[in-house]
Design a protein around this ligand. Structure first.
Ligand code: ADP
Ligand code: ZN
Length: 602
């Protein structure tokens, strides 16, 4: 699809330019104009000219004398001297006295020339350029974008995105296929009296392909695609957003059937609150959107798709039946979905034949579609850097680490002691994970420093998808997080700052167990925390009394402590393996899960 973008600048920008032009015009151009007509000469010239009878008109003012030549073409000006013979001289020269050699402009005329003329010229130039751009952009541009929507028009073209380009997300595609079918053959639906939902809300974390899906619907149905981001509606001036909405829908109705896509709809669709000093502009825009959605019939052929990763913050008026009444979840891809997304993107690059995509997909657990696309691209870049023409399995594996942990830090120099510490720390994690039957086995351990600041890490692999975690599994996970620190204690009798991230993760899990999953002995199934923004990392806020908070803190500490103890015990029981593995890792710097298990089970 070819996107035609229109220039978009805030209105204030134009006001500033107009003002600037005015000032420049008045301070530079006008004085120059005025100066040109009057020539400044010295008194001697004046005297000579009168003696030679070369003066036409003369006007004697308080401190200057204006005079013209015989043809009245050039105006001269000279300062007035204390000259007693001035009058005689002028009498002799035959010059005529005049009162207004240079006509004073009337105030109106000067106002017109100094202030209105520049604006007229400026607007004229603007219009001219505008027309030129309109010709180029196919009539979709406005220099002064006042109240005009900047909805981009996607010109229909054969290279459009289709459902086959969006991998995984089968449920979402199934859901949207109905809309495609409707756009193909609305009559079928009209006959039976069914009307399509006017609005469909695509809900999910960032980078899961919501925009892509919307484009794919337009591509499959072969209809125009209007797209606009919610934040683009909210302008500096009250009322602009509303008029943009109006304009967008006017355009859309002309082009129906078509798709209108509003990205980040939460930017305008946030719950209106009763607080004073709310965002007037946003509310007006939202009201206009609601009005427009009510204004057209379900069968008019305009389908609005909107994307958000904060569905809970949307105004209920927006999600009620008749508006965005259909909600399509676009979740993070599962193992199979990740594999398919990798394959879709790998089609665009040159790879060797033997790539095991399911292995890569397994390593990239939790990655979104956008991250997977990024991983494939990173791999291609890596191949180019090494002067190869094809991407290999190890390129992909390395690029996962790049996307997760950053680039290898080539010249980070660890002291010998630091390197030993990191080796023991990482083996500690891996060993605790491996010894607890429920924990996923490790995929890879490395102690090469990364640009993200990690000095090493353990990549765990989950075989397949997990939707539920048992209490024991979470506890084991906490124990695994503490394993790094436990190994340091055991090996060196001292501790380092290397465990700060582990501490954070372990605390998060422990706290969630107690406040959200009802896994503490005392609180039963009472929620102590509210989670908001589940697609954006899940911020949470405590909702309990101060005493309970104290108790929660106490239980979190107790829980982490007991798991830390468990990890220490596991490592102590396997002390020889810990030393052996740590030495191996210290020497090799990177070991795979298979090597690790070999040594462990030897
Ligand atoms: P969102 O709108 O959900 O934030 P986008 O649709 O903009 O995400 O996706 C960003 C990029 O990620 C896409 O351009 C595409 O390259 C890649 N991507 C995301 N999801 C998928 C998917 N399911 N299949 C293929 N590519 C995907
Ligand atoms: Zn660690």
């Amino acid at each position: 699809m070819k996107e035609v973008k229109t220039p978009k600048k805030p209105l204030i920008y134009y006001y500033m330019i107009v003002l600037l032009v005015l000032l420049l015009f008045n301070s530079l151009v006008m004085p120059w104009f005025a100066q040109r007509q009057v020539q400044l000469v010295d008194y001697g010239t004046f005297v000579t000219m009168t003696e030679d009878k070369q003066v036409g008109l003369v006007e004697v003012q308080d401190n200057q004398i204006l005079f013209t030549d015989l043809d009245n073409k050039v105006v001269y000006k000279t300062g007035r001297m204390d000259d007693p013979e001035l009058l005689d001289r002028l009498e002799d020269s035959g010059a005529k006295y005049s009162r207004e050699i240079i006509e004073e402009m009337s105030p109106l005329a000067s106002f017109l020339i100094y202030w209105i003329l520049p604006i007229v010229i400026f607007v004229g130039i603007g219009q001219f350029m505008n027309r030129k751009m309109m010709n180029k952009a196919g009539g979709n541009s406005m220099m002064f974008g006042m109240g005009k929507s900047n909805a981009k028009v996607y010109v229909k073209s054969s290279e459009g995105i289709h459902f086959s380009d969006v991998a995984g997300e089968d449920e979402a595609k199934e859901n949207l296929a109905e809309i495609v079918d409707y756009l193909h053959d609305p009559a079928k639906y009209k006959k039976i009296g069914a009307s399509m939902p006017k609005g469909v809300l695509l809900v999910g974390p960032p980078g899961t392909g919501k925009t892509m899906l919307a484009k794919a619907v337009a591509g499959e149905a072969d209809v125009p695609f209007f797209s606009m981001s919610g934040s683009e509606f909210v302008e500096m001036f009250v009322g602009m957003g509303a008029s943009k909405v109006r304009d967008l829908f006017r355009q859309a109705k002309e082009k129906a059937p078509c798709i209108v896509f509003i990205d980040e709809i939460d930017a305008i669709g946030k719950k209106r609150d009763s607080q004073l000093g709310g965002n007037d502009e946003r509310e007006q825009t939202l009201n206009q959107l609601l009005t427009e959605m009510d204004g057209f019939e379900g069968n008019s052929g305009v389908i609005i798709l909107a994307a958000t990763n904060r569905p809970e913050s949307l105004d209920p008026a927006l999600t009620r039946p008749g508006r965005f009444d259909r909600r399509v979840p676009v979740e993070l891809p599962d193992l199979k979905g990740r594999e398919e997304i990798l394959k879709v993107h790998a089609r665009k690059i040159q790879t060797v034949d033997s790539i095991d995509f399911s292995q890569i997909a397994r390593m990239a657990s939790g990655a979104s579609g956008a991250e997977l696309a990024n991983i494939v691209n990173e791999a291609a870049l890596r191949a180019v850097r090494d002067n190869r023409t094809q991407v290999t399995q190890s390129d992909l594996e390395e690029s996962i680490e790049v996307v997760i942990a950053g680039y290898q830090k080539k010249n980070a120099i660890l002291t010998d002691q630091e390197k030993w510490t990191v080796a023991y720390h990482e083996i500690g994690h891996a060993l605790v994970a491996a010894k607890q039957s429920h924990s996923a086995p490790v995929q890879k351990i490395t102690i090469i420093p990364r640009t993200s600041g990690a000095l090493g890490y353990t990549m765990q692999v989950d075989e397949g998808n997990k939707y539920l975690m048992t209490k024991e599994e979470i506890e084991n996970k906490i124990a695994t997080y503490t394993g790094g620190r436990a190994a340091e204690e055991l090996a060196f009798g001292t501790i380092s700052t290397g465990a700060s991230n582990d501490i954070e993760q372990a605390t998060k899990l422990a706290r969630a167990m107690i406040t959200r999953y009802g896994m503490s002995p005392d609180f039963d199934m009472v929620a102590m925390e509210n989670v908001s923004g589940q697609y954006l990392g899940g911020d949470s806020s405590l909702s309990c009394s101060a005493q309970t908070q104290t108790e929660i803190d106490r239980q979190v500490v107790a829980l982490v402590k007991s798991q830390h103890k468990k990890a220490s015990d596991i490592l102590a029981q396997n002390r020889e393996k810990l030393d052996e593995l740590a030495r191996y890792l210290y020497e090799k710097e990177t070991i795979t899960g298979i090597e690790f298990m070999d040594i462990l089970n030897r």
